[in-house]
Write a protein that binds this ligand. Structure first.
Ligand SMILES: Cc1cc2nc3c(=O)[nH]c(=O)nc-3n(C[C@H](O)[C@H](O)[C@H](O)COP(=O)(O)OP(=O)(O)OC[C@H]3O[C@@H](n4cnc5c(N)ncnc54)[C@H](O)[C@@H]3O)c2cc1C
Length: 491
């Protein structure tokens, strides 16, 4: 198959938080860019059946795979919304599609405390600058807000209220977390005028009602509307390399695929500026492959290191009041940051549509500032990266005990409740890192040794001790403003 040749001033790989924010920043500065995204578009329609659901999963649930760890069903092979990759000690779940993981996430937007931020990112970024400027900007861009009272007080959020009540009894502070959710659409779900999605906890493969403020429908849509940004879905980038010669930029090879994954055409786009935003898994893949093949020889030896996953999944039983389906996205953000002698712990209730109601189950997704001990390594046989995670490391056991401490206090203060399950991440949607900001890149996301190459996504962060999306977005907003300044300066 002959490779078709193209040119672009700027190419962005990936359209999650990093890629979409970069696209919008460039668009607003009047700079043209092409966004290459391996996944398809997922337009939400009145039919309310865009995405697979946990109750009736099909190929739309998984990226080119017959299986998904989130369902027992055998799936038809399709370019679905979540890729699962088995690692050594830790597996990765990565979003795919125009909008990246924003399509199928819980949409919780959590800002770490100053102490948590300094502990994880303080060497490279100034917390005052981030909290004063970039976190607020990220919230504004995403358009997130906490659950309104009328929705919170409804029957659909009984488990959230019950969780908040338990936290009060245990003296653990909490707040209503900002969510990338359109609450008017949730109200329509409640009124029966839109397909029930969020209120039934059906969100892990995408939200059919349209209540999710996913990036393809918000800031990336704005970027495309400017006329400066062209998004090419179903475009899988396979290799990046310098174009050769001084100041010639990069060749980006990609395959144009159909929705079953069959390659339809091959392309090479040559660009002066290449912005990698393929997410933690995708960016590590592209850079480690390029280092292995000798295409990008100057990449720093720390590439692939400082991979973190602060995620903890817990389930407790014995909730006094519960709704059968535990509907609603996470609404309650417990911040056991000051009183836990073993370390700061965060917990968010999260929906579990088929929880056994009679035992009063509640699931939470937690976060602890676990050290970033993981490493992505290139595996020649697989021609892919493998995440190596030292699951037996004592530091992780310490982080797990901090979670246990929080759960024990909750159980003691709420007689009848007990912990059914609590495990520090072994499958992570929240895995970040591998391209440490300030080491493999400078503090502006410019990749050392390869001028014109930038990274703006979650791979830059070692984790922040809270779910990462808002921090990924805030860092991307900061790096985009520096990139725009650089590009405008050279025009
Ligand atoms: C199921 C799930 C739920 C989550 N829920 C939350 C939550 O509630 N709160 C929170 O804070 N965080 C959550 N996260 C984590 C959060 O979504 C991520 O940290 C965030 O999306 C990272 O943004 P990103 O831009 O780095 O990458 P992503 O959003 O993952 O985007 C990367 C994009 O690059 C594309 N791509 C990858 N490789 C290639 C390639 N070779 N060619 C072309 N395109 C490519 C991918 O298809 C994807 O669209 C969740 C993650 C998952 C998977």
């Amino acid at each position: 198959m002959e490779r078709q040749q193209h040119r672009a001033d700027v190419v962005i790989v990936g359209s999650g938080y990093g890629g979409s924010i970069a696209a919008l920043g460039l668009a607003e500065a009047g700079i043209d860019a092409v966004v290459l995204e391996r996944g398809r578009r997922w337009p939400v329609t009145d039919a309310g059946d865009t995405f697979a659901t946990q109750t009736a999963p099909d190929g739309r649930a998984a990226w080119l795979s017959e299986t998904s760890p989130l369902t027992d069903a055998k799936l038809d092979v399709y370019t679905g919304v979540l890729e699962f990759v088995e690692g050594s000690g830790m597996n990765v779940l990565a979003g795919t599609g125009v909008g990246g993981a924003s399509l199928a996430s819980n949409g919780t937007m959590c800002e770490p405390s100053a102490a948590l931020f300094r502990r994880t990112l303080g060497d490279v970024l100034d917390h005052r600058e981030m909290s004063g400027r970039w976190y607020p900007e990220a919230r504004e861009l995403i358009g997130c807000s906490p659950i309104p009272d009328d929705v919170y007080e409804s029957g659909f959020y009984r488990s959230a209220r019950s969780f908040a009540d338990q936290l009060d009894k245990a003296g653990i502070p909490w707040e209503k977390v900002d969510l990338a959710v359109d609450w008017d659409v949730v109200r329509e779900e409640m009124a029966g005028t839109r397909v029930r999605s969020q209120i039934d906890g059906l969100n892990v493969f995408g939200v059919n009602s349209g209540a999710q403020r996913s990036l393809d429908r918000t800031l990336l849509a704005r970027a495309e509307a400017s006329g400066h940004i062209t998004v090419r879905p179903l475009s899988v980038v396979t290799a990046v390399r310098p174009a050769g010669g001084d100041g010639d930029g990069f060749h980006v090879d990609y395959e144009s695929i159909d929705e079953r994954g069959t390659v339809r055409s091959l392309h090479r786009i040559t660009t002066t500026r290449l912005v990698l935003a393929a997410g933690t898994l995708g960016t590590n893949r592209l850079l480690l492959r390029a280092r292995e093949s000798g295409a990008l020889p100057a990449l720093h030896h720390a590439l692939g290191t400082r991979v973190g996953n602060s995620e903890v999944i817990t389930a407790r039983t014995g909730m006094a009041e519960n709704n059968p389906r535990q509907g609603g996205p996470a609404a309650i953000f417990a911040r056991d940051w000051e009183d836990n002698p073993l370390g700061p712990v965060s917990l968010l209730n999260f929906p579990w549509p088929d929880a056994p109601a009679e035992e009063g189950w509640i699931t939470t997704i937690g976060a602890v500032p676990a050290p970033a001990l993981g490493t992505f390594r290139y595996d020649q046989e697989k021609d892919d990266v493998v995440l190596h995670w030292p699951a037996g490391d004592p530091a992780l056991a310490r982080a797990q005990s901090a979670i246990t401490h929080t759960l024990d206090r909750l159980n003691e203060a709420n007689p009848g409740s007990r912990t059914a399950f609590s495990r520090i991440g072994t499958t992570g949607g929240n895995v970040v890192g591998g391209v440490p900001l300030g080491t493999v890149t400078d503090d502006a996301g410019r990749v050392g040794g390869h001028p014109g190459l930038y990274v703006v996504d979650g791979s830059l962060l070692p984790g922040t001790g809270v779910p990462p999306a808002l921090t990924v977005a805030a860092v991307a907003a900061r790096l985009t403003s520096l990139l725009v300044r650089e590009l405008v300066g050279t025009r």
